[in-house]
Design a protein around this ligand. Sequence first.
Ligand code: CDP
Length: 227
Amino acid sequence: MRNDNREWDEIRKMEMRVGVLKNANGSSFVRMGKTFGVAAVYGPKSLYPKFLQNFDRAILRCFYSMTPFSVMDRKRPGPDRRSTEISKVIKESLYPAVFLENFSRTSIDIFVHIEQADAGTRCVGINAASLALADAGIPMRDLVTACACGVIDGNIALDLTGDEEKITDCDLALACMPRNKQISLLQMDGNIESELVNNIIKMLLNGCDKIYEKQKEALKHKYEVNE
Ligand code: CDP
């Protein structure tokens, strides 16, 4: 058992909602344990200056940020190396899912804002961003779903908390389109035994299936409420 009494392959408690922001084209709130944040999508909209436009597809842009009070040590506001990296990986994990070719010369902007961080913010960001894209009605091949895991005392531990992240041998994040298990992000810090890799990926894909169900529930709920 883990220090929050979860099984090794258990995801933290999740909460997901869509349509949480009035002025965005699509938006979502996602919580995984004590990590939570919102995503907002603006677009597709005409892109200026014109030289940035792509004549055969939309440009996808992602901006990840964390509030200064989201972590124990105050985080300096504004972009830094880490937020630039996470913005890039969120964008790249979503890229294969979106029918960008339907919206030439436009941009689709995604803002991910983490309000409280207790590990796994990039995964919360990806899960929230893909929900916000769907909420905006942007056609996608599938939702994109992400989770991370580590290795603690030889056990593969799914969806690490902040305390677990301090003692894990590695931190491996995966994003995929769950319907056909196409992986769009695989990223790792630390070291792992090569024999563990297959089991880790299997556990991450199973974790993604559970998150995917929750994402679909959040999208369906919006229409049940509005009926
Ligand atoms: O958040 P994620 O696990 O995707 O990325 P990370 O760069 O590995 O960050 C791990 C965790 O460190 C974050 O989720 C935060 O809980 C914490 N962190 C922090 O305490 N102060 C920062 N300035 C950045 C991250």
